[in-house]
Design a protein around this ligand. Sequence first.
Ligand code: RB5
Length: 146
Amino acid sequence: MKKIAIACDHGGYPLKLAVLRHLEKQGYEYEDFGCDSTDSVDYPDYGVPACEAVVSGRCERAILICGTGVGMSMCANKVHGIRAACCSDTFSARMTRLHNDANVLCFGARVVGEGLALDMVDLFLQTEFLGGYHCGRIEKMMKIEK
Ligand code: RB5
């Protein structure tokens, strides 16, 4: 797999550090788009550049972490070419790859614990899109951008 883009806001920063350690252990290459502390920042400033790296092809998928995962996922889904899923369970993290070909996973550091977050990351990165009849649905979804 190509590089993983990762970004967070202040609410997601401590959990992002755990995700980065986990990605390193698993041998994934990543590009960290910030932020770099728990000082208050605006999540669009970090999430959007990470999504743009996915759309440009520099990174294959992105992981975005804020307090709830909601703000990051709203921003991500406004970037053309992004299909972001805000998840707080492993079933959704796996299914959004299988059925939606999601290219961005968002979650909230104030919602999920570290263990669940890392399991979701593993499933999101290891699960391949099923294709087949799901392709037509995704084509219809992506047409909305146009
Ligand atoms: C920051 O306080 C918080 O609003 C942000 O992390 C996120 O949860 C927004 O959706």
